[in-house]
Design a protein around this ligand. Structure first.
Ligand code: NOJ
Length: 751
């Protein structure tokens, strides 16, 4: 039993100084890397095949909880860990439970290898931040990094080492419920946000006990599920995969991400969890990733219904040989790997390599130096919902809000607005604003919109009516809602989706307001009292009627605990909105997929010309384009200049533009630069976001804003699967959103 103790102590001493070495932000010392690898060699040499397989098996451990929510550890769990049957548990939380399970691993198992505890910490732990799609709408990587940092700090205090985040799937189809968990439709914005989330989560050192190791998911192209239906088939060209869907994964890796998660979908006939192309060729050989890949929940077993494996044995064989190192909950590795080795269908070298990758991450987390990472119930209690976390949740929530319409400056409302009617199924609702995948949150901590308004406008008369449900046909509340609207000077209607209408397995075939909510909006609108529509949702909504008939629309997504404060800050102008859409809003569901960086076609749409690529019954443009968002002032653009219009591949494209605050209030503008590669060997998108910068301008002030884009960022994947910048002309568009038409031209010439 005591076999490994001296070795582990020696290795711990050796490595305490070196565990952060492979983090990109810490200089790598080759000696330290070698130290880890020698240590792993020694551990591997002493492990039985069963113990090695145990390191590749992950179980869900949140079996049962006691009266105060504490996790109960049963005999089954104890003997599983004691026997070395698992290297990782997910869904166990709390310093007390994780310490006890870890104690069994490092004191009672023969190999004494620490467990790695994983959890979906997606947008907060005990302090709930906006859903990731909302955070992406901030177009503020520093805010997104802070949210990830705080979430990591709280989860790490509760004994977690590893989060299954960030989700970096590009989503061009808003019917897909998991669009809520990512950064939207754009590759560049998605890459910036992916890197920010990894930086926040992993901090500057992975062995900092307040850091978590990130798991970039879902590798790959999960967001391209046909018809926006979860788990569905993906069939796409390798160019599109490489140019649109893979870059956020690469950006996360470049920021130091330690682990990846395989996706549920198949791509071009190969299920991701069995894809050697993805897991080995691209990830390990091309990108030099040296961390480990975990399957998604049961996804190795799902190779069978995919028709990619006949039985669990073949599923395990295909997955491990493809390069999926850890089996989350399919039990395929547990049940089959030993006999696959015996049958020589899987080599011991393959198993050793996967175990090495898992142990490498455990070393980098410092688990061999302190398997408990300093957790204590006292520290956990001190860190969870720390006042500074709640304050940050409010600032991040308000920066995620996008103002879509504001006719005649209805907003901001005066704090002496007189009588305000607050109406709608999401107005006094503590459950749904936490959004999808809120983790172990307490929804009692949600500040509702009604509460936020009551607090901010204490001097006004505030009336409330629920009016209707989120997704039903009950109209019994309409009359009261219409009544309070009649008595009010302004109505704030809080409408949208429940938190269960987006996220995993929550796809919708119709993306308008659900149930009879639009009927209620129409009934209230008929009173003539002006309406501010506040939307809460996990995806873009098709709101053509609302956009045409209501004076003000505020997109608030699902904002987390500080919902009511953040929305009141915007409604009353304590904070002027700064958010911009990370995703296109279609006019109707039938228009999707609709995204700004599409190809032009041979017959680009022209709504006055019949034989063009369009629908007969709606305009071809979106309701609100990608990048769009208003604030309480306006901006004008002029004098777009490209510093040097002839560029070589090693240069940067330098753009300068004058931005003027043309309104009467100070405000923030997000200056966006889109580039079109005019003619390619392969056809190119009509434009692609390549840079953005936020500027704050006082009313009437102007500034010259300079942005630089490395010419290498204009590269794309050719028919030979090589990325290169092709010489030729490029058009540069600068402005407030993807429909910007201020343009200039440049040319890239060969060296
Ligand atoms: C399934 C989800 O697809 C994935 O995102 C998540 O991390 C795992 N379950 C674990 O909860």
């Amino acid at each position: 039993m005591k076999l490994f103790r001296p070795l582990i102590l020696f290795v711990a001493g050796l490595l305490v100084l070196h565990t952060a070495v492979a983090q990109k932000r810490t200089p790598v010392r080759p000696g330290a890397v070698r130290g880890v690898e020698y240590a792993i060699d020694s551990i591997l040499a002493g492990l039985t095949l069963q113990e090695k397989i145990g390191q590749l098996v992950q179980y869900s451990g949140g079996w049962s909880t006691g009266p105060t929510g504490e996790q109960i550890i049963n005999q089954e769990q104890r003997s599983l860990i004691r026997s070395g049957g698992t290297g990782s548990l997910l869904n166990v939380t709390g310093a007390a439970a994780t310490r006890e399970l870890q104690r069994i691993a490092v004191e009672e198992s023969r190999a004494r290898i620490p467990l790695i505890f994983g959890l979906d910490v997606i947008h907060g732990f005990k302090t709930t931040f906006p859903i990731p799609l909302a955070e992406a709408a901030s177009w503020d990587p520093a805010a997104v990094e802070l949210s990830a940092r705080i979430s990591a700090t709280e989860a790490a205090s509760a004994g977690i080492h590893w989060t299954f985040a960030p989700m970096v799937d590009i989503a061009r189809d808003p019917r897909w419920g998991r669009i809520a968990e990512g950064s939207g439709e754009d590759t560049y914005l998605g890459s910036v946000m992916a890197a920010a989330r990894v930086r926040g989560c992993q901090g500057t050192r992975l062995d900092d006990p307040m850091s978590l190791v990130a798991c970039v998911k879902h590798y790959a192209a999960y967001g391209a599920a046909e018809g926006g239906r979860d788990y569905n088939t993906v069939d796409m060209s390798e160019q599109t995969l490489r140019d649109v869907y893979l870059p956020p994964f690469k950006a996360a890796l470049d920021a130091g991400a330690g682990t990846f998660m395989a996706s549920f979908n198949e791509i071009n006939g190969v299920a991701s969890s069995g894809s050697r192309f993805l897991m080995t060729k691209v990830l390990r050989e091309e990108w030099k990733f040296d961390g480990f890949v975990v399957s998604d929940w049961g996804s190795i077993g799902e190779l069978i219904p995919h028709g990619f494996a006949a039985d669990p044995g073949q599923a395990a064989e295909r997955a491990i040989n493809a390069g999926v190192d850890m089996d989350m909950e399919a039990r395929a590795y547990r049940d089959s790997l030993a006999s696959l080795v015996k049958q020589k269908r899987v080599s011991v070298a393959t198993i050793d390599e996967s175990v090495r990758r898992v142990l490498r991450i455990k070393f980098r987390l410092g688990l061999f130096s302190d398997p408990y990472r300093g957790t204590s119930v006292e520290r956990e209690n001190r860190m969870l919902r720390h006042p500074s976390h709640i304050a940050a949740a409010r600032t991040i929530a308000r920066s995620s809000i996008v103002l879509l319409k504001n006719e005649n400056s209805l907003l901001p409302l005066s704090l002496k607005a007189g009588a305000i009617a607050v109406i709608g199924p999401l107005a006094q609702n503590k459950r749904d604003p936490v959004g999808t995948w809120p983790g172990p949150t307490d929804t009692n901590n949600v500040v509702t919109v009604l509460e936020g308004i009551q607090e901010a406008a204490a001097g006004s008369l505030i009336m409330y009516a629920r009016g209707c449900g989120i997704d039903d046909a009950d109209t019994t509340g309409f009359a009261t809602a219409v009544n309070v609207a009649r008595k009010a000077d302004v109505v704030v209607m809080v409408m949208g989706e429940s938190n269960e209408m987006s996220g995993e397995a929550c796809c919708r075939s119709f993306i308008g307001l659900p149930g009879n909510q639009l009927d209620l909006v129409k009934a209230v609108q008929a009173t003539g009292t002006p309406i501010v529509l506040v939307l809460m949702n996990g995806r873009p909504l098709a709101i053509s009627w609302e956009a045409a008939n209501l004076p003000a629309i505020v997109e608030s997504w699902h904002l987390g605990h500080e919902t009511g404060h953040a929305i009141a800050d915007v409604l009353f102008g304590t904070y002027a909105p700064t958010g911009r859409l990370p995703v296109t809003f279609p006019r109707v569901t039938g228009q999707v997929p609709l995204y700004y960086n599409h190809k032009n076609t041979g017959r680009p749409f022209n709504d006055t010309s019949h034989y063009t690529s369009r629908y007969l019954d709606i305009p071809s443009t979106p309701l609100y384009p990608f990048g769009y968002g208003l604030t309480y002032t306006t901006f004008g653009y002029s004098d777009l200049v490209i510093d040097a219009a002839t560029l070589h591949p090693a240069d940067s494209l330098r753009v300068r533009v004058t931005v003027r605050n043309t309104g009467t209030r100070d405000g923030d503008e997000v200056v966006q630069v889109y580039v079109r590669d005019d003619v390619g060997t392969l056809t190119r998108p009509v434009r692609e976001l390549k840079a953005f910068k936020r500027v704050h301008l006082a009313a009437g002030a102007s500034a010259t804003v300079a942005l630089a884009i490395p010419v290498s960022d204009l590269a794309y994947t050719g028919a030979d699967m090589k990325r290169r910048v092709e010489p030729g002309t490029f058009t540069v568009f600068v402005g407030s959103n993807a429909a910007a038409d201020l343009a200039a031209h440049c040319e890239v010439v060969a060296k």
